[in-house]
Ligand binder design. Structure first.
Ligand code: AMP
Ligand code: GLY
Length: 434
C-alpha cells in the first residue's frame, strides 16, 4: 500500500519508523515531515492544516491509506474530506474529534454517559463564572474550551487569582478557544495517560505512559507539549489493582458506545488523560491522537504491526485484531528543546551527533523540529527538536542509556533537557523493592 502520514513532530517520526516496518507498507510519504522522517519516507511540503492540499495530493498520487498524526487537521475535518473522496484513513471525523477540540462538549458528554470526571460547569460570561467560584473551593481549575496547544489550563490557588485568570480568558488570552470556559473541581491523585484504538464500536486497549508536561526539573516552569515520557509505569495495574479494567469498563468503552449512540462513531486513537483518585480513575481530558512524546515510547514497546491495526480500525474490524504484544523492555524518552521553549526560541542552530547516539545500545533518536540543509548539516527548526529514546531491561537502565547518549553523543549547545525524566518511577521502583 501507498501510505501518507500527516505531521512533522517526534510522534510522526516514531510512527513513520513503525509503519515503515509493516509488510503492508510499500511506500511511505510524509507531509511535511522533518529531517529524520526524510531518511525513511518521501517527504512532501504540504502543511498539516492545508486540508485541500493534502486531499488533492492523496488523490493525485493514488494514496491508499492516510494516517493523521496531530489534532489540528482532525479538528479541521481532514478525515471527512478524505472519506468523501473514497480514500481510506485512520483518524476520527471532525465531529468525533470534538472529544479533544471542545472540553465543554466532552464534559457534557461524560455527564450524559455517566463517565467519571471532575464536577464542572461551562461559562461564556465573567459574571456567572465568578459566581460559580463561590460554589467551589480552592484550588480552582480553569480551562479554555477550545484547542490551546496543551496550554489552556490554569490552576489558581486563590479565588482572587481565579478571577484575574477568568478576566484574561474572557478577554481572549487564547483567542476564540477561551471565549467559552470550563471551571472544574480539583482532583487529587496520580496522573497517567492511557491509549486505546477504536473502530467506531470496538475498543482495543494499548498501554499506559507517563509524560512530563512542565518545562523544567521538579515539575517547575511553564506547561509544554511534553518534555519526556516513559512506559510501562511502575505501580500501574500492579498486583491488587484493577486499573486497566476499570479504565476500559468505566471510561473508554462507555465513550465509544456513547459516541456511536449519539451519531459520531469514533475511529482512531483515544488518548485518555486520567487522574487515579482514591475513588478510582477519573477522566481529566481526551485527546484524539497519539501523545507526543508518549507515542515515541509506545511504538518502541509495541511488538505488533500497528499499520495492520490501523487498517482494521478504519474498516470497523478491530474485533478481528490479533492480541497486541509488547516487548518486556522499559522505554524512556527525553526531549531536547531549544532554549526559550515554550516561549520564543532561536532556529537554525547546528546539531551534531544524532547518528552516534543512534548507535548506542537500545538508543534511538526521533527527530521533531529539524531540517537538513543542502550542505548536509542538521539544524534546529522548532521548539521541541530531538527525542532521545532508550529501552532497557529495567527503567533504571533505560534512563541511564538515554542520558548517556545525550551527554556523550549529541552536540547542540542551544538545546536543553529535563534531567529528571522518570525519576518518580525510579523512586516508586525502589519503594516497591523495599
Ligand atoms: P488538560 O489540558 O485538561 O490535561 O489539563 C492540563 C493539566 O492540568 C493536567 O495534566 C493536570 O495536571 C491538570 N488538571 C486538569 N484538570 C484538573 C483537575 N480537575 N484537577 C487537578 N488537576 C487538573
Ligand atoms: N504529551 C501530551 C500531548 O501530546 O498532548
Amino acid at each position: 500500500m501507498k501510505i501518507l502520514l500527516v505531521g512533522s513532530g517526534g510522534r510522526e517520526h516514531a510512527l513513520a519508523w513503525k509503519l515503515s516496518q509493516s509488510p503492508h507498507c510499500e511506500q511511505l510519504i510524509c507531509a511535511p515531515g522533518n529531517a529524520g522522517i526524510c531518511e525513511i519516507a518521501d517527504c512532501v511540503n504540504i502543511a498539516t492544516d492545508d486540508i485541500v492540499g493534502l486531499v488533492d495530493f492523496a488523490l493525485s498520487e493514488a494514496v491508499s491509506f492516510v494516517v493523521v498524526g496531530p489534532e489540528i487537521p482532525l479538528a479541521l475535518g481532514l478525515v471527512d474530506e478524505l472519506l468523501a473522496k473514497g480514500i481510506a484513513v485512520f483518524g476520527p471525523s471532525e465531529r468525533a474529534a470534538m472529544l479533544e477540540s471542545s472540553k465543554a462538549f466532552t464534559k457534557d458528554f461524560c455527564t450524559r454517559h455517566n463517565i467519571p470526571t471532575a464536577k464542572y460547569d461551562v461559562f461564556t460570561n465573567m459574571e456567572d463564572a465568578v459566581a460559580y467560584l463561590d460554589e467551589m473551593s480552592a484550588p480552582y481549575v480553569i480551562k479554555a474550551d477550545g484547542l490551546a496547544a496543551g496550554k489552556g489550563v490554569v490552576i489558581a490557588q486563590t479565588k482572587a487569582d481565579a478571577e484575574v485568570e477568568l478576566g484574561e480568558f474572557f478577554s481572549g488570552k487564547f483567542g476564540d478557544a477561551s471565549a467559552c470556559v470550563v471551571i472544574e473541581e480539583f482532583m487529587a491523585g496520580h496522573e497517567i495517560s492511557f491509549f486505546a484504538l477504536a473502530d467506531g464500536k470496538t475498543v482495543l486497549p494499548l498501554c499506559e505512559a507517563q509524560d512530563h508536561k512542565r518545562a523544567y526539573d521538579g515539575d517547575l516552569g511553564p506547561n509544554t507539549g511534553g518534555m519526556g515520557a516513559y512506559s510501562p509505569v511502575p505501580g500501574f495495574d500492579g498486583p491488587g489493582f484493577d486499573d486497566k479494567r476499570r479504565i476500559m469498563d468505566e471510561i473508554l468503552v462507555p465513550t465509544v458506545r456513547g459516541m456511536a449512540a449519539e451519531g459520531y462513531p469514533f475511529t482512531g486513537v483515544l488518548f485518555a488523560g486520567l487522574m487515579m483518585t482514591a475513588d478510582g480513575p477519573k477522566l481529566i481530558e481526551y485527546n484524539v491522537r497519539f501523545g507526543d512524546p508518549e507515542c515515541q515510547v509506545l511504538v518502541r514497546r509495541m511488538d505488533t504491526d500497528l499499520l495492520e491495526l490501523m487498517i482494521l480500525a478504519s474498516k470497523g474490524k478491530l474485533a478481528d485484531a490479533p492480541a497486541v504484544k509488547w516487548h518486556s523492555d522499559s522505554v524512556v524518552n527525553v526531549v531536547m528543546a531549544a532554549q526559550g521553549y515554550p516561549g520564543p526560541y532561536t532556529k537554525g542552530e547546528t546539531i551534531k551527533g544524532t547518528d552516534a547516539a543512534d548507535m548506542q545500545d537500545g538508543v534511538q533518536v526521533f527527530h521533531a523540529g529539524t531540517v537538513r540543509g543542502d550542505d548536509g548539516v542538521l539544524r534546529s527548526a522548532g521548539g521541541r527538536v530531538l527525542n532521545i529514546t532508550a529501552s532497557g531491561n529495567t527503567i533504571e537502565q533505560a534512563v541511564a542509556r538515554a542520558y548517556t547518549a545525550l551527554d556523550d553523543a549529541i552536540i547542540w549547545p542551544g538545546g536543553f533537557v529535563r534531567r529528571d525524566i522518570a525519576k518518580q518511577a525510579l523512586h516508586n521502583n525502589k519503594d516497591q523493592k523495599q
